[in-house]
Design a protein around this ligand. Structure first.
Ligand code: FAD
Length: 410
C-alpha cells in the first residue's frame, strides 16, 4: 500500500472518490490529479446562472481546506498522458511519472464536435468547463443574437439563460422535438411552448449547413431551410463524448465509455472508472448505459471507494437528474426505457406536473416539472421498488405518501 490511490480527473466524480476514500477509513496516500487550474467546482450552475452574471464565480465543490484537512494531495493543472497498467504507473505531461496501487479514472466527458464549415471561427463555442463559461459570458456581452445548435438539456438551459439576460436566441434542433428521447413527448412540447413564450425561437427538423464569418468572427448561421440567422455567437450543444483516450493507453475495455463491472472495476482489476466516462450494465434494464449526471458521478465514486477498501457492494443506485430551463425545474428519476404506460398528474397549464412511467404495473420512472415533492417521493418509491396504483398517482403527493406509509416494513 505504499503508493496509494491516484485519481485522474478532479470533477464531481474525482473529488467525491477522494472524499469517500477517507470516509471509508482509507489511510494510504490519496493523490487527486486534475488538468484544470481551478479548485474543483460545480458544473450545473455554469449553464443556469454563471453565463449571464458578470460577477459570478465558480462554486467550489469543497473548500481548499478540505483537501489539506483530509490529507488529499490535490494537484491542479496536471495532465495525465499515459498509463502503464503492467507497471502500475502514470506518465504526466512534463515527464514526471507516478506509481499507484489503485487508479481511479474520473476523466469525465467533453462536448461532441460538429464538423461544420465555419466551426473554427471566433464566437463558435461549447460549454463544459468554467473556462468555456467565461468565454460564453465574454462573447455574449458583445452580441445581441445567439444561435444554439442542439435542443438538449444544456442547449436549452443556455438558451433560456441568455434569453433572460436579454439576448435574442434561436435554437436549431435536427429532430422533430426537443430533448431527444430524454423525456416524455408531453414534457418536450411543454418546454418548447414555454421557451417560445419567453421569446426563444425554436426551429425543429432543422440543421445548420455552415457558420458564416466576418473578419474571422462568427456573424451568422445558414440553416438547412436556407435561412440566414444573424449570430455573433454560435453555441454547439449536441451532447458529449466520454474521455476514454487515457484508458485506451492502458488497454482497458471500452464500449461507449470505459467498461466497468458492478463494483466499478475496469477490465484491469486495480483500475476503476467512475462518472461520465464509465459504462456499465444497468441493474434495472439489463442494458449497457453511460449516465451523465451529478448523482451518477457521486454514487459511483462512493462505491469505487468501498471497492478499494474492501467494503464491497454492487451499483444499484436509482438514477436521477435535474435541469433548470427558464421557469421550469425538470427532475427525472428512474429510467424511462421500455415504458409502456404513462400517467399524468397535475396541470401543464400551471407549469406544475409529473409524468409517471410504468412497464405493465411496475413504476420505472417519474419526470416532474416544478413538482419537487413528486420527485422526492419518486426516489423513495423506486428505491423501495414500490409501484403505486393509478388512483394513488391521481391523488397527488398526499395519496402517495399515505400509500408508502402503509407499506409493510422491510
Ligand atoms: P467532470 O465533472 O467533467 O470532471 C472530469 C475532469 O477530469 C475534468 O476536470 C477534466 O478536465 C479532467 N480530465 C480529463 N482528462 C484528464 C487527464 N488526462 N488528466 C487530468 N485531468 C483530466 N448534471 C446534473 O445531474 N444536473 C444538471 O443540472 C447538470 N447540468 C450541467 C451543466 C453543465 C454546463 C455541464 C457541463 C454539465 C452538467 N451536468 C448536470 C452534468 C454533470 O456536471 C456531469 O455529469 C458531471 O460533471 C460528471 O462528473 P465527472 O467527474 O465524471 O466529469
Amino acid at each position: 500500500m505504499k503508493n496509494g490511490v491516484v485519481i485522474v480527473g478532479a470533477g464531481h466524480a474525482g473529488v467525491q472518490a477522494a472524499a469517500s476514500l477517507r470516509e471509508e477509513g482509507y489511510d494510504g496516500p490519496v493523490i487527486l490529479l486534475g488538468d484544470e487550474k481551478e479548485l474543483p467546482y460545480h458544473k450545473p450552475p455554469l449553464s443556469k446562472t454563471f453565463i449571464k452574471d458578470p460577477a459570478a464565480q465558480p462554486q467550489p465543490l469543497r473548500g481548499e481546506v478540505f483537501y489539506t484537512g483530509h490529507t488529499i494531495d490535490f494537484r491542479p493543472g496536471t495532465l495525465v498522458e499515459r498509463i502503464d497498467a503492467g507497471a502500475n504507473s502514470l506518465a504526466l505531461a512534463g515527464g514526471e511519472s507516478l506509481d499507484y496501487d489503485h487508479l481511479i479514472l474520473a476523466t469525465g466527458s467533453r462536448p461532441r464536435i460538429l464538423p461544420l464549415p465555419g466551426a473554427d471561427l471566433a464566437g463558435v463555442l461549447s460549454l463544459r468547463s468554467v473556462a468555456d463559461a467565461r468565454l460564453i459570458r465574454d462573447h455574449s456581452a458583445a452580441c445581441e443574437d445567439v444561435v444554439v445548435i442542439g435542443g438538449g438539456f444544456i442547449g436549452l438551459e443556455i438558451a433560456a439563460t441568455l434569453a433572460a439576460g436579454g439576448r435574442r436566441v434561436t435554437v436549431v434542433e435536427a429532430l422533430d422535438r426537443l430533448l431527444g428521447r430524454a423525456v416524455a413527448p408531453l414534457i418536450a412540447e411543454h418546454v418548447r411552448k414555454r421557451l417560445e413564450a419567453t421569446g426563444v425561437r425554436i426551429l425543429l427538423k432543422t440543421t445548420i449547413e455552415r457558420i458564416e464569418g466576418e473578419g474571422g468572427h462568427a456573424a451568422g448561421a445558414l440553416t438547412s431551410a436556407g435561412e440566414r440567422l444573424p449570430a455573433k455567437m454560435v453555441i454547439i450543444g449536441i451532447g458529449v463524448v466520454p474521455n476514454v483516450e487515457l484508458a485506451e493507453t492502458a488497454g482497458l475495455a471500452i464500449a461507449n465509455g470505459i467498461r466497468v463491472d458492478q463494483a466499478m472495476r475496469s477490465s484491469v482489476a486495480n483500475i476503476l472508472a467512475v462518472g461520465d466516462n464509465a459504462s456499465y450494465r444497468h441493474w434495472q434494464t439489463g442494458s449497457d448505459v453511460r449516465l451523465e449526471s451529478v448523482q451518477n458521478a457521486t454514487d459511483q465514486s462512493k462505491l469505487a471507494a468501498r471497492t478499494i477498501v474492501g467494503h464491497g457492494g454492487d451499483y444499484s443506485a436509482v438514477p436521477w437528474f435535474w435541469s433548470d430551463i427558464g421557469d421550469m425545474k425538470l427532475q427525472m428519476v428512474g429510467l424511462t426505457s421500455g415504458s409502456d404506460r404513462q400517467i399524468l398528474s397535475g396541470d401543464t397549464a400551471e407549469n406544475r406536473f409529473s409524468v409517471y412511467h410504468f412497464i405493465g404495473e411496475r413504476l420505472v420512472a417519474i419526470e416532474s416539472v416544478n413538482r419537487p415533492a413528486d420527485h422526492m417521493l419518486g426516489r423513495k418509491m423506486l428505491g423501495l421498488g414500490f409501484s403505486p396504483k393509478a388512483e394513488q398517482v391521481a391523488g397527488g403527493a398526499e395519496a402517495l405518501k399515505a400509500a408508502l406509509a402503509a407499506q409493510p416494513p422491510g
